[in-house]
Design a protein around this ligand. Structure first.
Ligand code: CP
Length: 314
């Protein structure tokens, strides 16, 4: 595996989950696998979990992580091919990516979407510039359209907790937000849940659907209450408009998940990738209650990243 950017296959996902579960009980067992190697963690956007968990994962493997907050500390990057750089940008992305490729054995990149240029975002333009010009293995730390390390941790969390004989019923439910939020977490969660064979239902307000390239194979149910019935896992997430691209198309606070919403899903566990806006996306009663597994998901980010880095290092 040279790139970790999306769901590849159930067999790869199963291997990564199995290895991650192994690392969770033996975090330092492969502490020499990465000796003498460096991973560059390049952030064009803020992060708490991804930044810390990826560094810890690398350190557990004996690899040296170096973090560059390029949005704050780097030169202003030019993205356009053939640009005459006579304005604010200082360094072209192809020069920066090529340099980084000579410094690191693995590059890990976070590059959010603009939410203004749909075509560029759909092509994952910025992320793919790093893939194209760096010539080293690349891990996505969340791109314009996907957040695969989060999804791997989510699948691992479901597998850890699900003891039933049948497939779990997994529900991805839209939540209100005051800002226009990217689609990456929701896209990726759908892609991985479907790929891993879960019984996935997606619920959202009308006109708030996701890109159907990611949701094909899931059941779409616009009645949130109906969707949540007998759910085993409920994933709460906001996303902005896809047709009305990057716009806040709904602010209906009745979509915020509370205990009342789960009256017909008495054993449902509640998931969120974090950061979460309390009492806007998800109620305190859920987040502070027994159903919440958000801290477990966040902890599992370490072992998901460790499994991926280890796989790339071979
Ligand atoms: N879930 C997640 O990716 O968190 P951060 O944005 O804090 O890294």
């Amino acid at each position: 595996m040279k790139y970790f950017t999306k769901f590849e296959s159930k067999s790869v996902a199963d291997q990564l989950i199995e290895k991650a579960l192994f690392y969770k009980t033996n975090p330092r067992i492969d502490h020499t696998v990465g000796t003498g190697k460096r991973i560059g963690c390049i952030f064009l956007n803020p992060s708490l979990r991804t930044r810390a968990s990826t560094q810890i994962a690398a350190l557990n493997l004996g690899m040296e992580p170096i973090v560059l907050n390029m949005d704050k500390e780097g030169w202003a990057l030019e993205m356009k091919e053939g640009a005459v750089m006579n304005k604010g940008t200082v360094e072209h992305i192809k020069d920066a990516a090529a340099v980084l490729g000579t410094y690191f054995d693995i590059l890990a990149i976070r590059a959010f979407p603009s939410l203004t240029n749909k075509q560029e975002d759909m092509e994952d333009f910025i992320f793919n510039q790093f893939v194209k010009y760096s010539s080293v293995p690349v891990i996505s730390l969340e791109s314009a359209v996907r957040h695969p390390l989060q999804s791997l941790a989510d699948m691992l969390t479901i597998q850890e907790l699900w003891k039933g004989a049948k497939k779990p019923k997994v529900v991805l439910t839209w939540a209100p937000h005051i800002k226009a939020i990217p689609h990456a977490v929701a896209n990726s969660f759908a892609e991985w849940a479907i790929g891993c064979g879960h019984d996935l239902t997606i619920t959202h307000p009308e006109h708030n659907h996701l890109d159907d390239n990611f949701t094909r194979g899931a059941k779409i149910e616009l009645d949130q209450q109906k969707a949540l019935e007998n759910a085993d896992f409920v994933y709460v997430k906001n996303w902005s408009g896809f047709n009305d691209y990057g716009k806040i198309v709904n602010t209906d606070s009745s979509w915020m998940l509370t205990e009342k919403h789960l009256k017909h899903a008495k054993n449902a566990k509640v998931m969120h990738c974090l950061p979460v806006r309390r009492n806007l996306e998800l109620s305190d009663e859920i987040l502070d209650g027994k159903r919440s597994i958000v801290q477990r998901q966040a902890e599992n980010r370490i072992y998901a990243a460790q499994s991926v880095i280890s796989h790339i290092l071979g």
